[in-house]
Design a protein around this ligand. Structure first.
Ligand code: FES
Length: 141
């Protein structure tokens, strides 16, 4: 399998790994088929994502995509983060092999799951804002 240099870089030196103890939003998503799990922590101040960390128990592409996703939303507004798509993450990594596309989907969903949690904690219904985030993604063959 051929990975781009950027994927290898983010896999070997992932950015923003860890937990945020007093996170404002925590999201956990997984893929039922490969069993990989991604956990995303957000610190949000006045609509801005001031800090973002992740833990990924999964494949190299899952580590690389979650690392890239945190880099892409850190310092951004919530609405920018909500627009983050898995294809944008893949593009930023110079692409992924087809069998690894679902790993980037997990990264997008982890961000959305964390924002869902953030809104729930504020007593706001997240679904009209964030949409529905599946907790476990079934892989499409
Ligand atoms: Fe499933 Fe990468 S193989 S997340």
């Amino acid at each position: 399998m051929n990975y781009s240099e950027k994927v290898m870089d983010h896999f070997i030196n992932p950015r923003n790994v860890g937990e945020i103890e007093d996170a404002d939003g925590i999201g956990e998503v997984g893929n039922a088929k490969c069993g990989d799990i991604m956990k995303m922590y957000l610190k949000i101040d006045d609509d801005t994502i001031t800090d973002c960390k992740f833990k990924t128990f999964g494949c190299g592409a899952a580590v690389a995509t979650s690392s890239m996703a945190t880099e892409m939303i850190k310092g951004k507004s919530i609405s920018d983060a909500l627009q983050l798509t898995n294809s944008a993450v893949m593009e930023a990594l110079d692409g992924l092999p087809p069998v690894k596309i679902h790993c980037s989907v997990l990264a997008e969903q982890a961000v959305k799951a964390a924002l869902t949690d953030y809104y729930q904690k504020q007593g706001i219904d997240p679904e009209p804002i964030v949409g529905k985030v599946p907790e476990m993604e079934e892989e499409e063959d």
